[in-house]
Write a protein that binds this ligand. Structure first.
Ligand code: WTA
Length: 702
């Protein structure tokens, strides 16, 4: 125990020095008077109302934004800490709050505007009334298929309106949905089906991506097979058709198992299903995410806490009013889409744009054409998309006459330079920007500005959302004070309604991962003893703004998508020739980080391009195309410590063209130079620039 601790202290000091050198304070940008005058939240006293001394009662204000079937009696029940029960005793339904209750005022207003990727295809406008009708029909169908409250149903759906319709149909009955990102492979979907114990898979035959109609049904067959191998049977595969009445995939339907939803629904036209009054803490959905081990973890979110949190933050931070046209370009397959395309916006009676395809298809003007045509005035995307659009069409936004009042960035740290392009060109210096930092586990925003109250500072997410009280701890658990220039582990002192309830089926992992490091009294029922470890490193400037430095665990954030190192390494090891694999993050101009893979072959296997191709293919099959390594290097041996541990830090330095430092203590120091020459070539030039924190720390945290 003592040794790793020493190592981590050392590494914190390195990072402090780096930050001291590289920290450059940015200038503030003020929100316009015009924005402030119309903003939903402009009361600076909100932070007094949500002070820690008012916790947890302050969050009644969030619960009040929802419609309840039965009132709750306890704001926060901590009796089973750290398994928090928000708004205990209440009865509620998320589908009712997002759909039914909007009918009185907004029945004929668009809930979703679906924009297909092919530009010649027309938008589909779905009013709240139509959404209500469709959700009821699908709920009736699910009920008759025998799916009940508490059962899990896995989705592997693209970005089409049928996805939120099916989510809301599940929510209506208390069925727990688990949407797997459509870009994940069939195998990845299968392992999530198994973990959640789903007997039903909902998918779509095909969808458009980058100009091609993807045959998606093939993945369902792989998923069902993979789940079965792990011990989970799937009885029904419900297949939506991208073009109703026409099957756009080549894979045959499996009789008895596969059913076209469009056909089934013919019997349910006009059918209505009462929304079930569910306990506040009943689970709403699972969202799988990557962590330190190869096993995916299902973050479980409960109805009332989650829904109140995303409703309030959509209103106050995104500043959604019912008359706004809001477009979040994320995928519903990630938490951002669940919280800020579906649940939060609908609960606020928003009109939400749903775009099927790639932002740069057919060219970098596409998003701005959509914005102009639909009158989008709130825009939400990730740094990767911003970098890409900037690279391919820096002046494109100028050609279109849209006006954003507010914009959001999420998913990765954004470089001040990219931020300024977003502000100047995309936002035309009119729109406020919220840089929202949070994660799958937290349900909604943690670090952000409240746009009408705080100034913006490029590269910093800002202070924190109302009622969120962050603290940065060092490795020993001592608080790092603001303005000290030191980095540490970002934690939240208090639970909040959006926080996950547990990891599906693995309560111990939940406690260990998020509280193990800083909880000192494991039996305590007092929330003060349970700071939540977010998993990111951060620095707090003297003005209270946080700058997020990236993951402190073995998670690589590729284009805003979390990928676990162990997942990638296990995928590589499915190739029979591979003896050992190590993955490292590499800085990338567009995607932020990309994985590079080092493999050592089994004795007697000669290195070949064929092996490299197999490793790439294995990653695409086991995880998905987003896990495609930038390079695969076949090395004679891995650099190792004397105890046989692979030194990923050394490989990360080589991949990122940095000096490897002192390697004399390794068991096989000579191999380092061989690998370096292979990757960097004969030219030994390395850059002196310090590595970003997440890469500098990579592979060092035990
Ligand atoms: C990173 C996405 C810097 C962070 C909502 C976090 C960010 C991980 C930001 C969670 C931001 C998210 N600035 N980094 N504004 N937002 N991150 O679970 O490292 O897919 O831990 O949730 O993304 O990714 P996840």
């Amino acid at each position: 125990m003592a040794k790793p601790r020493m190592k981590t202290t050392e590494q914190t000091e390195v990072s402090e020095a780096q930050i001291a050198v590289h920290w450059k304070e940015e200038a503030y940008y003020q929100p316009s008077e015009k924005f402030k005058a119309q903003a939903n939240m402009r009361d600076p006293h909100v932070f007094d109302r949500f002070g820690l001394d008012k916790f947890p009662d302050c969050f009644r204000e969030y619960a009040d934004m929802l419609t309840w079937f039965e009132p709750y009696h306890t704001v926060l029940d901590t009796s089973d800490a750290p398994f928090w029960k928000w708004f205990a005793g209440g009865k509620i339904n998320a589908s009712y709050n997002c759909v039914d209750r909007q009918l009185a005022t907004y029945a004929n207003k668009a809930a979703f505007i679906f924009v297909p990727e092919p530009e010649a295809e027309r938008d589909v406008v779905m009013t709240y009334q139509e959404l209500y009708d469709r959700v009821n029909e699908v709920a009736a169908m699910l009920r008759d298929l025998g799916v009940k409250a508490g059962d899990r149903v896995t989705f592997h759906m693209p970005m089409v309106p049928q996805l939120p319709i099916t989510m809301l149909a599940c929510a209506r009955l208390g069925i727990i949905h688990s949407q797997v990102f459509g870009g994940f492979s069939g195998q990845a979907c299968g392992s999530r089906i198994h973990d959640s114990g789903s007997r039903v898979l909902v998918t779509m035959d095909s969808y458009w991506r980058n100009g091609a109609l993807v045959d998606h049904k093939a993945n369902a067959d792989i998923a069902v097979r993979a789940a079965k191998e792990l011990g989970q049977d799937v009885d029904k595969v419900l297949v939506w058709q991208r073009y109703p009445g026409k099957y756009s995939a080549k894979t045959p339907m499996v009789p008895g198992r596969d059913v076209f939803v469009n056909d089934l629904l013919k019997d349910y036209q006009g059918k209505k299903v009462e929304p079930v009054a569910l306990p506040s803490e009943a689970p709403l959905f699972l969202m799988y995410s990557s962590g330190t081990t190869g096993k995916p973890k299902g973050a479980q979110h409960g109805i009332a806490g989650y829904l109140s949190y995303v409703t309030a933050t959509s209103k106050w931070i995104l500043d959604i009013h019912p008359e706004d046209i809001y477009w979040c370009m994320a995928d519903i397959g990630w938490i951002t889409g669940h919280s800020y395309i579906v649940y939060g916006p609908l609960a606020n009676a928003a009109t939400s744009v749903l775009y099927e395809g790639v932002p740069t298809f057919p060219d970098a003007g596409r998003p701005w054409r959509i914005a102009e045509r639909l009158g989008v005035n709130i825009f939400h995307t990730a740094p990767t998309a911003i970098r890409m659009l900037r690279k391919l069409g820096p002046q494109e936004p100028r050609k279109y006459k849209y006006h954003f009042k507010s914009m959001t960035t999420v998913g990765e740290p954004i470089e001040p330079e990219a931020w300024r392009w977003y502000y100047d060109e995309v936002g035309k210096r009119e729109a406020v920007i919220t840089d929202t930092w949070w994660m799958t586990e937290t349900g909604g925003f943690l670090g952000t500005t409240v746009p009408a109250i705080h100034a913006m500072k490029p590269g910093s997410c800002g202070p924190a959302a109302p009622g969120i009280h962050p603290v940065i701890y060092d490795e020993t658990g001592a608080e790092i004070s603001k303005g000290s220039g030191k980095a540490g582990n970002m934690c939240i002192r208090n639970p909040w309604p959006g926080i996950m309830q547990t990891i599906w089926g693995d309560h111990d992992r939940y406690v260990k991962t998020y509280y193990g490091k800083y909880n000192k009294h494991p039996r305590s029922k007092d929330w003060r003893d349970w700071p939540f470890l977010c998993g990111d490193g951060a620095v707090q400037a003297a003005d209270g703004y946080y700058r997020i430095l990236g993951r402190i665990d073995d998670v690589i954030n590729v284009a805003g998508h979390r990928l676990g190192t162990k997942e990638i390494e296990s995928a590589c090891l499915t190739v029979p020739e591979i003896a050992e694999a190590a993955v490292v993050p590499v800085q990338d101009e567009l995607k932020g980080r990309v994985p590079e893979v080092y493999v050592a072959l089994k004795p007697g296997v000669p290195p070949s391009q064929a092996v490299i191709d197999r490793v790439v293919k294995a990653n695409e099959e086991v995880i998905g195309k987003i896990a495609r390594p930038k390079h695969v290097y076949i090395v004679p041996d891995m650099p190792k410590t004397r105890s046989g541990k692979i030194m990923r830090r050394v490989l990360a330095a080589i991949s990122n063209r940095r000096d490897v430092g002192d390697v004399t203590t390794l068991a096989n120091p000579d191999v380092v130079e061989q690998i370096r020459a292979m990757v960097q070539g004969n030219d030994t030039q390395t850059t002196q620039e310090a590595l970003p924190e997440d890469i500098a720390k990579y592979g060092q945290v035990e």
